[in-house]
Design a binder for this molecule. Structure first.
Ligand code: ZN
Length: 495
């Protein structure tokens, strides 16, 4: 099903043509033009100089940009306004970073990619006001990157040309495969990718809460799919509690339509960001792109209720990341340990005495210093101390973490080794980059690359094959075999 806007004077011909082609159609609204006029008069207003920006009204691009410049001066201590790049028509794509601590993880709001969906930029602007004036607790825990109009050319055109315009204003040409806006956004996200924790892309209309994928009907890996659903349930419940609006959640490709080039897919596939949603804001078609301005505030409020609910849930479940103790860890292990006798119980206690736990952030420089202190205490009086670093981390932060380890935490008395788990990059290019970065810091015999499950059974099978068959004894040995290479081609991803 799709909707068409037909000029009144062509209606007669339209009906003849459609009936002739036997295409079924319904007339949804005969007075659309009149309605648009009324809505437009209601929403479109122009600010006089000296007016305060009205966050409960729609604004043209100039007014939005001026307001961004104003707030970034007023709140200069916690905001930074900058341009992601320029558009086809040479407009700046403004983004505002709101942060008390630049080491914190980043939550991104992407608004206005589709020009005519005016509620989207309005929600982003409202969110800026919310963050700066109402000081939600989230601002102490995270940084925010808010992009109110990622498509300024298109947005401007909906005010000056065609109110229904959706895309940017770049002509499609053979030499430019990507829109400049897409390039600018993805380049910036690559710089901050290792810190991304959440990505929200706001659209309208439909009241849908969607998650990857968009480009395929395939589901993401099962753990992520469960998490997407769980967080969506929490979000849509919070929305309902706020102003009683029903948002439906599901895979983007199921709820909407298959679409390639959706930013949520890219952010999920590139950085593994799991708090990652594409939201079709109000309404369900009554006013569609002409959502009356009085709905800006309630729409924004229900979004914030959803976002706060998600992060409340995340902070409760993410106990390891928010500072558990060695005792907490032991409590989670104990139920799975069966001890036969007192001797084993004593050994088990001795084992725990050997452990210690330090909680910190890989992207916080001072934490490395604190780990060094911690290790020095443990090593005092024990002679040469070896240090082995096992990075159970997302591959995107291997290089940065290895570099920080190398400058702060190398043992001066014993050996140092570094273990990383697969995947070692996304493709051969990123894999080579990673190898280069690591080789600047560690020699090859200090680096251990672990594939934590795939090769294991294969190797065990080789052993039993060799030792169960005496016939191989004469030639399956170091004299006749120089190396064994096992190639395992995965038909699936790196989950
Ligand atoms: Zn859209």
């Amino acid at each position: 099903m799709f909707k068409l806007l037909v000029p009144m004077n062509q209606m007669k011909q339209f009906k003849i043509d459609y009936n002739y082609e036997k295409i079924a159609f319904d007339l949804i609204d005969a007075n659309w033009a009149e309605k648009v006029d009324i809505y437009e008069k209601r929403v479109v207003h122009s600010m006089k100089s000296g007016d305060d920006y009205d966050y409960e009204n729609y604004h043209n691009l100039n007014e939005i940009n001026n307001e961004l410049k104003r707030v970034s001066k007023v709140f200069a201590n916690i905001t930074r306004l900058f341009s992601l790049g320029q558009t086809y028509e040479k407009r700046e794509i403004y983004a505002i970073r709101i942060a008390k601590d630049y080491n914190k993880k980043i939550i991104v709001f992407e608004c206005g990619i589709h020009a005519r969906e005016w509620i989207s930029p309005a929600v982003c602007l409202y969110s800026i006001k919310h963050l700066l004036n109402e000081q939600t607790l989230l601002i102490n825990k995270y940084q925010f990157l808010i992009i109110p109009t990622i498509n300024p050319d298109g947005y401007d055109y909906t005010w000056t040309g065609d109110r229904f315009w959706r895309k940017n204003r770049q002509q499609i040409s053979e030499k430019d495969c990507f829109a400049l806006e897409t390039k600018a956004l993805s380049n910036y996200l690559k710089q901050i990718g290792h810190k991304l924790v959440a990505y929200f892309a706001f659209h309208s209309y439909g009241q849908l809460w969607t998650y990857p994928y968009s480009y395929t009907k395939d589901k993401p890996c099962i753990d992520d799919h469960i998490l997407f659903k769980q967080l969506s349930e929490i979000a849509t419940n919070a929305i309902k509690r706020t102003h009683n609006k029903i948002y439906t959640y599901g895979d983007n490709s199921d709820l909407l339509y298959m679409a390639s080039g959706v930013s949520n897919d890219w952010v999920y596939a590139t950085f593994g960001v799991k708090i990652n949603f594409g939201i079709e804001l109000r309404d369900q078609g009554q006013f569609n792109y002409f959502l009356p301005a009085p709905q800006i505030k309630p729409t924004s409020e229900e979004m914030w209720a959803a976002i706060e609910a998600i992060f409340k849930h995340v902070s409760q479940t993410d106990s390891f990341a928010t500072g558990s103790t060695l005792d907490d860890i032991r409590k989670s292990v104990d139920p799975y340990v069966a001890l036969k006798d007192n001797e084993e119980r004593a050994q088990y206690e001795d084992f725990w005495k050997l452990n210690s736990y330090f909680h910190g952030n890989t992207d916080k420089a001072s934490d490395y210093g604190a780990v060094e202190e911690h290790l020095k205490k443990l090593e005092t009086g024990k002679g040469a101390a070896n240090r082995l670093f096992y990075l159970a981390l997302p591959p995107t932060v291997y290089a940065a973490t290895a570099s920080a380890l190398h400058s702060a935490l190398m043992s001066q008395t014993g050996w140092n080794r570094l273990i990383i788990e697969k995947p070692f990059g996304r493709d051969s290019e990123s894999s080579n980059t990673l190898s280069e970065e690591l080789s600047k810091l560690f020699t090859e015999d200090q680096i251990y690359r672990i594939d934590h499950y795939l090769g294991k059974e294969m190797v065990q099978n080789l052993l039993s094959l060799r030792f169960a068959n005496r016939i191989y004894e004469q030639n399956w040995n170091k004299d006749s075999i120089s190396n064994v290479e096992i190639l395992f081609k995965e038909p699936f991803g790196t989950q």
